[in-house]
Design a binder for this molecule. Structure first.
Ligand SMILES: [Ca+2]
Length: 184
């Protein structure tokens, strides 16, 4: 009886946690667990066809995360309405120096960015989060968040995992993206 109660409680907790965390999250493959691979991030678009992937290994949750070493922008885009507010967040990490990885250096930084675009996909307005950069401790997940209001004329909201190399370099891992559905 006790065991059944414990299992039931665990189930209820799991269900309510799932609902609370996922109810408003419209990100596809938000934890990068789906069909991981080199130059692949299921449900996401990349500006660069290479220089990234989704791999098992370093991950905040699950077994996989997004890893970028030469990918300025990995993104998802949604229809948007003027006046709505969008919020997006993700967890970023840059690794300690190893044979395979190197931390951010030379002014390179990562951030999450919201772009509001018109019907021709021209960006009318953009907002971005604070950054992960070489000042941040390595091997520690840092949550970055961005918020923005859709301007008149915009019909798309693009959420971008943005890495600005600016002559620098480094590896960035991202996991657990949350895109809060539009709110009035
Ligand atoms: Ca994950």
């Amino acid at each position: 009886m006790k065991k059944t109660q414990r299992m039931l409680l665990a189930l209820i907790l799991a269900l309510s946690a799932g609902t609370a965390g996922a109810a408003d999250n419209i990100a596809v493959n938000s934890g990068f667990e789906e069909s991981p691979g080199m130059n692949r991030a299921e449900g996401w678009q990349g500006d660069n066809p290479a220089g990234y992937g989704t791999f098992a290994g370093i991950a905040r949750t699950g077994i996989a995360a997004y890893k970028a070493w030469a990918q300025p922008a990995l993104w998802q885009e949604f229809p948007a309405r003027a006046g709505d507010t969008w919020k997006a967040s993700a967890w970023f990490l840059h690794p300690a120096e190893s044979e395979e990885d190197q931390p951010l250096s030379g002014g390179a930084f990562a951030r999450i960015r919201l772009e509001f675009k018109n019907a021709d996909h021209e960006t009318l307005h953009a907002e971005h989060s604070e950054t992960l950069n070489e000042q941040d401790a390595t091997n520690e997940w840092k949550e970055l968040e961005v918020k923005g209001r859709v301007p008149l004329g915009a019909v798309y909201a693009r959420v971008v995992l943005n890495i600005v190399y600016a002559g620098g370099q480094g590896v960035v891992y991202v996991d657990d993206v949350e895109i809060d559905g539009p709110r009035r």
